[in-house]
Design a protein around this ligand. Structure first.
Ligand SMILES: Nc1nc2c(ncn2[C@@H]2O[C@H](COP(=O)(O)OP(=O)(O)OP(=O)(O)O)[C@@H](O)[C@H]2O)c(=O)[nH]1
Length: 795
């Protein structure tokens, strides 16, 4: 039997088009098979006529030359396709490497649901754990991929999932195997569909062909099916009383008598409420299991009207209409969208990806960027199918599309909110000034950069064009930072890791044709202060008054006191703290000609310049400092520009810095959390190398599939994992667990980044190419005395 959509579950929910939209992301650890699975999804949906392969570098979503060369995803691609005829899926394939975490975070912001792909051999890996935690609140389904590999463990992975992610699971399908006639080795060939009570076996020759059979009592799969159903109903019953009622009365206590329709409704509810995670399995590379996964996406993940609304700066009343989608503050004319990604296409130019949350965005509309306060007219709107664009007249609530054209250039950046009128091309005036025009979807936090490289123009004549291409690069990827040293004039490009900067370098040289020299990747060190400055005050004849001091910021307070406001100074854990104004706090009137925002911005700007300069001890930017402004500042009522106030604050901050002497400064370095997988037999060598020259602080050593995960395990979920029905893992039966050569250990350690910048080649040589590691930023710590001299030399 040949089927496109296996379950063919007719839609039982509302038929409006928005209810048939799914904005989903594929998230996982590097190499779990995200791109391979996406390619199959595109093929089965009819979007492509042939299946692309990562290993041959011809996939649809990894279309950048660097992605194809390296076989990894670097930027998240957005692609739209249909499933079960009229469901539309907007899918984002996100990168798995930790250096591109920001790319994942900004995608998560606009997703309503996620598919988490796990490698059945490796289980729940470090990056999956991290992304899972970052996507808290977003409903997920799990796909256990690579079931065809030796050492695949379906049940082992499910157990890890429950314990490490603290989630209940709903086993939608279970793997089935045939056995090689000679070796008796298990061969993965399909799934037992627990919901629809079918066995599905995929043809090896024809990727479209599936053999679908019933499971009568005489079938060898019957026992697994009935236990699987029992487990499913029991888990769902804990939250769905109606299902239990039906089970006891209509189904006469027989798990087999509950219809697929009813089960699917209950699974959908449990998933959207984040009560449990549906789990499916397959081997995308062998084209097994992808169609049921697509069915699960439309059946279980939320549409935009069921998804949670993102946090906003002002409280917004959000109601949902089945046709119009989200309506904010009962204003049906209000369109709110978020720009979540900017790319520069060689042909189309600047493209700004947006997600519409409420209302309709029409091409040609005048819009307000509520983050910057700029108004502008938008040009053409398009919807992307990986790198192919389709022009559309409008984008409705829930949809993801792209703003194109020159008007976008300086008007929108990643994280900005756009407001416009649904119908009128220029209807902004009809909105409430404070309520609607001030509304912002909370910005995307950018993680701090930890490495940098110098960039120099090849000739002086190339300087201007270098600045322009660097601007393009940072506009596309705000997790890259460009800074210029005032004194030496040197430009530094900083990023999340070595790979991040290597990719940026390739992009600069090959795609943007920049005539520049890029220096070696070096660690970004910072410095901090060990004591408070005195209080510095000044009053000028013109009537300006300011009083401030500088404090070290060892730890952020859990809650900010009522009598002060904290402003984050964009990076390096620095803050401007403004104490409540002694006179202004009780009066509603703002007496000055210049606005409150201008005053705050002047203080922020002078603080940032002073802190960035550092250069007290070792010319490094300052980190973890707070500039505290006393509440008695003043400026002439008639002043129309903040420039005097800016100059005063700048000189007072520099004066306060003069209180510190050399011994009051400390150099800080980035410390990384590492998770290193090594064969047991090589563990001694790897540990010796880590704790010796690399100064690692080893936190734990665990078996690869340990369930403790190093953190304090949640007893409730450990119990749930013990009670969960799990079928046997035939592929693990033959594995000799006492054989050390096959056992993999995971070393968790904290290591200074400097000591592991090019660790991969060393690890590979210590483990004959079998070791692997994952690392992520932990925080900044003081450089130990024994390493300080060497580091100062390096700077
Ligand atoms: N045996 C087997 N290999 C697979 C399967 N799925 C993917 N692979 C292989 O695993 C490797 C990684 O696959 P990708 O699809 O690039 O993984 P990814 O998660 O997209 O990787 P990044 O984008 O770099 O994070 C490739 O060599 C694939 O051919 C599978 O089902 N079985």
């Amino acid at each position: 039997m040949i089927l496109r959509s296996l379950c063919q579950i007719r839609s039982y929910y509302s038929k409006s088009s928005i209810s048939k939209l799914r904005n989903i992301g594929i998230i996982a650890h590097i190499d779990a098979g995200k791109t391979t699975t996406t390619e199959r999804m595109l093929f089965y949906s009819g979007k492509t006529k042939r299946i692309g392969n990562v290993d041959q570098g011809d996939t649809i979503t990894d279309f950048l030359s660097q992605e194809r060369e390296r076989g990894i995803t670097i930027q998240s691609a957005v692609i739209s396709f249909n499933w079960q005829k009229d469901f539309k899926i907007n899918l984002i394939d996100t990168p798995g490497h930790a250096d591109f975490t920001f790319e994942v975070i900004r995608s998560l912001k606009v997703l309503d649901g996620c598919v988490t792909i796990l490698d059945a051999v490796a289980g729940v890996e470090a990056q999956t754990e991290k992304v899972w935690k970052q996507s808290v609140g977003i409903p997920k389904i799990c796909f256990i991929n690579k079931m065809d590999r030796t050492g695949a463990g379906y049940s082992r992975t499910v157990k890890e999932l429950i314990v490490k992610m603290n989630t209940r699971v709903l086993l939608i399908n279970i793997p089935i195997f045939s056995y090689d006639k000679e070796t008796r080795e298990p061969i993965f060939e399909g799934v037992l569909d627990v919901v629809n009570k079918k066995v599905l076996k995929w043809s090896r020759e024809d990727p479209n062909k599936i053999d679908v059979t019933d499971v009568p009592e005489s079938s060898p799969f019957f026992e697994q099916l009935s236990r699987g159903r029992e487990s499913l109903v029991e888990t769902l019953g804990e939250t769905d009383e109606q299902l239990i009622e039906y089970f006891l009365e209509e189904a006469e206590g027989d798990y087999m008598n509950i219809s697929a329709k009813l089960l699917n409704e209950s699974i959908r509810k449990a998933t959207i409420e984040n009560y449990a995670t549906p789990v499916l399995c397959g081997a995308s590379f062998r084209n097994i299991g992808v169609q049921p996964l697509l069915d699960a996406v439309v059946n279980y993940l939320p549409s935009p009207i069921e998804a949670r609304f993102p946090n906003t700066n002002e409280t917004a009343l959000v109601t949902y209409d089945k046709d119009a989608g989200a309506i904010i503050n009962k204003n049906r004319n209000l369109c709110v969208a978020l720009a979540f990604k900017v790319i520069t296409d060689p042909i189309r130019g600047l493209m700004t990806f947006i997600r519409v949350y409420s209302g309709t965005l029409n091409s040609g509309n005048t819009v307000l960027n509520s983050t910057t306060g700029h108004k502008f007219k938008i040009g053409k709107l398009v919807v992307m199918h990986a790198n192919v664009a389709e022009e559309v007249k409008s984008l409705k609530a829930g949809e993801i599309g792209v703003l194109t054209g020159s008007t976008v250039l300086d008007n929108v950046k990643t994280g900005d909110t756009i407001i416009t009128h649904n119908i009128k091309k220029d209807g902004l005036r009809s909105f409430h000034k404070q309520k609607e025009l001030k509304l912002q979807i909370n910005p995307i936090n950018i993680p701090p950069p930890v490495v940098s490289a110098s960039i120099e123009p090849k000739t002086l004549g190339n300087k201007k064009s270098m600045e322009t291409v660097l601007q393009t690069l940072v506009r596309e990827d705000p997790s890259l930072q460009v800074s210029v040293d005032d004194e030496t004039g040197q430009t530094l490009l900083s990023g999340m890791g070595q790979l991040h900067l290597e990719i940026a370098r390739d992009r600069l040289l090959n795609d943007l044709n920049a005539e520049v020299d890029v220096g070696k990747v070096v660690v970004s060190y910072k410095e901090t202060i060990g004591k408070n400055s005195d209080l510095h005050k000044r009053e000028t004849e013109l009537g300006y008054k300011l009083e401030l001091k500088i404090d070290p910021l060892y730890e952020m307070p859990k809650e900010v006191k009522d009598d002060e406001v904290w402003h984050y100074l964009s990076t390096d854990n620095n803050y401007l703290i403004m104490e409540n104004h002694e006179t202004l706090q009780d009066s509603k009137e703002w007496p000055f000609q210049i606005s409150r925002d201008m005053v705050v911005n002047a203080l922020i700007s002078s603080s940032m310049v002073a802190l960035q300069k550092g250069r007290k001890f070792s010319s490094l930017p300052l980190h973890s400092c707070a500039i505290r402004i006393k509440g008695n500042w003043w400026l002439p009522l008639e002043a129309t520009s903040p420039s005097e106030f800016l100059a005063l604050s700048r000189s007072l901050i520099l004066e306060a810095f003069n209180d510190f002497r050399e011994e009051d400064f400390f150099v800080l370095e980035p410390i990384m959390n590492m998770s290193i997988s090594v064969p047991q037999q090589d563990m001694g060598n790897v540990l010796q190398d880590l704790t010796g020259g690399r100064k690692a602080n080893v936190l734990s050593i665990e078996d690869e599939h340990t369930l403790s995960s190093g953190d304090s395990p949640n007893i409730v979920f450990q119990k749930i994992a013990e009670q969960q029905y799990l079928p046997p893992d035939p592929t693990l039966k033959n594995a000799n667990l006492s054989d050390n050569t096959h056992s993999v250990k995971v070393i968790k350690a904290r290591v200074p980044l400097k000591e592991v910048v090019s660790y991969m080649s060393k690890l590979r040589s210590l483990t004959q190419g079998r070791g692997n590691y994952h690392m992520e930023y932990h925080g900044m710590e003081r450089v130990t005395a024994d390493r300080l001299a060497a580091i100062l030399e390096e700077i």
